[in-house]
Structures are given as C-alpha cells and as structure tokens.
Ligand binder design. Structure first.
Ligand code: BV8
Length: 249
C-alpha cells in the first residue's frame, strides 16, 4: 500500500494496457461540485445525520421530514454542475471497449458529465417511486410541494427512488456491479469512505480476481490497505492530468 500525490509512471502503464476497467465513485467525486458528502461536517441537516433519515423506518415514521430532507438536497444539487472529475471519467470511458462506471451517488452528475451508462447503485434523487403501484418517474420540481408528492396514476404516496440503509439493492444492479468488478483488470475507487456495503466490497472483489486497484481520495480509507496505489488529492484535480498522460491507442 503506497500513497502518492500524482500517478506513478508504472501505474500509467497499467492504466494504458487495461482491457476491462471498472470505476466506483462515492460522494467525494461530487464534493468539488458543492454537493455535501455524507460523512463530512456538511453531512448534517437540522442536526439529523443522513443514516437516520435515509431509512424506510424514518420514512414510515415521518414521510414529511424525509421529503423535506430530500427537497433540501434536490435544491442543493439543482444548483450544482458536474466538476472536472466527473468529466475526466466520461473521457476515460472513451478509451476502453469494456468500461463500467458504478456510483454510490444519487445526484445524477456522472450522466450529466457524459458518462454513457453509469450504474447508479443507490438510485437517483430525481426519481420517485409509488409505494402503491411501484410507478417510477422523473420529477425535477424544486422546491417540492409542502406535503409529500402523490402518484399521478393511483394517488399513492411517493418515495424517493433511492436505496435506503437496510434495503436490498436491485438484483440486476447487484449482478452487474459484481460481474464488472470481478472481471475488471483495473479498478478505480474514487471519493468514497469505503464503509457502506455492498459498494465497499467491490474493490476487494476486483483485487481477488487479479485487478490492479487505484484509489483516489483526500485521505487513506479502509480500502487503502488493499489498493495498489492510493493517490491523495482532490478527484477533480487528480483525474484530468491522468487522461493527458494516457498515450493514444
Ligand atoms: C444492504 C442513498 C442487504 C441514500 C445510500 C444493519 C442493518 C441493515 C443493514 C446494515 C446493517 N449493518 C450494515 C448494513 C449494511 C448497510 C451498510 O453498509 N451500513 C453501513 C453504514 C455500515 N448497507 C445497506 O443497508 C445496503 N443494503 O446491505 O442490503 C441488507 C438488507 C437488510 C439487512 C442487512 C443487509 C444499502 C446501502 C445504501 C444506502 N444508501 N445512499 C441517499 O443518498 O439519500 S449510501 C450513502 O453512503 C450515499 O450513497 C453515499 O454515497 C454512500 C457512501 O458514502 P460515501 O460515498 O463514501 O461518502 P462519504 O461522505 O462517506 O465519504 C466521502 C469520501 O470522499 C471521503 O472518504 C472523503 O475523504 C472523500 N472526498 C471528499 N472530497 C473529495 C474526496 N475524495 C476525492 N476528492 C474530493 N474532492
């Protein structure tokens, strides 16, 4: 486990020669856009921690409070744009035939930055799901009405189409992230504290199957010990020069 402040020469060679690339991002990739991370100081809202509100129990207990929190976050995200880190990953994708971007983030910024088919494993803050008929649809209203929004089809209560703590991920998402992580020969893990499962296991899965793991973060994380390289720095500053260094194929 070695930490660097820029990509060492041998890692550039590994990156250039990779055939199957997987990338996992967390809240840190959106931090430079101004989207609060989960576990930084700004992860608080009205003295509630995210883990308290992002649960089915919290929603069942007080849907208005949970919708107010999401409305606040939607309002914040709506004022932000993808940053050079998001754009660099969209550019990196173009260099490989087999490239999968997996994100834990729900802000939608990877798609906005040009990533073609990001796996939003925890859902998307701009989509609602009806508790009654399961209808999933995009809703970009900011602010939302005071009372929780209702289903346009059946009048049922809507929830954010997001995976909360204690909820299982969609089977098709799970198989896609497990398949791409286990077949990758290069796995980037960027801007995540590496505590939330099953996302935090993907780098280890890739490593066990022979991948080179490159971590980019402001500080070491529980994943640093398994990473081949940990680049300490802001994703939006570390990633763009990386693309420059990858020789044309
Ligand atoms: C599941 C949507 C099977 C919400 C999210 C007990 C009961 C039930 C479950 C569990 C349990 N114990 C453990 C679990 C499993 C649980 C879990 O992992 N808990 C953790 C807290 C221990 N997982 C689940 O429940 C998952 N489901 O396991 O199903 C099951 C079912 C029932 C019972 C058991 C098992 C579902 C997890 C999904 C939760 N939903 N998001 C919403 O967004 O509203 S997760 C949430 O955390 C966000 O998606 C966020 O992205 C994610 C992870 O956090 P990070 O992205 O890592 O963000 P964080 O702030 O932590 O870190 C930011 C990092 O960036 C830092 O390292 C920082 O240094 C770095 N950084 C900052 N700036 C920069 C930077 N890096 C680079 N550049 C920068 N500029």
């Amino acid at each position: 486990m070695a930490t660097f402040t820029q990509f060492p020469a041998e890692s550039i060679e590994v990156i250039s020669n990779a055939k199957s690339v997987a990338v996992l991002t967390g809240a840190g990739i959106s931090a430079e856009s101004g989207v609060p991370t989960f576990r930084g100081e700004e992860g608080l809202w009205k003295n509630h921690r995210a883990e308290e509100l992002a649960t089915p129990e919290a929603f069942a207990r007080n849907p208005e409070l949970v919708w107010q929190w999401y409305d606040w976050r939607r309002g914040l995200v709506a004022k932000t744009r993808p940053n050079p880190g998001h754009t660099a990953l969209a550019d990196l994708e173009k260099l490989y035939d087999d490239f999968t971007l997996i994100t834990q983030n729900v802000d939608g910024h990877h798609r906005l930055a040009g990533s073609l088919d990001p796996v939003e494993m925890h859902g998307n803050i701009w989509y609602t799901r009806c508790l009654t008929d399961g209808d999933i649809r995009e809703n970009r209203d900011t602010p939302l009405p005071e009372i929780p929004p209702e289903c346009g089809k059946c009048g049922g209560l809507l929830r954010p189409h997001i995976v909360w703590f204690g909820e299982s991920l969609d089977e098709s998402v799970l198989s896609r992230v497990f398949n791409t992580s286990s077949r990758a020969d290069l796995f980037f893990v960027i801007g995540t504290s590496g505590v939330v499962q099953p996302a935090a296991s993907l780098a280890g899965m890739a490593k066990n199957n022979g991948a080179t793991v490159i971590e980019i973060n402001l500080e070491p994380t529980p994943l640093t010990s398994l990473a081949d390289y940990t680049i300490l720095g802001k994703a939006g500053e570390v990633l763009p020069p990386l693309i420059e260094q990858i020789p044309e194929k």
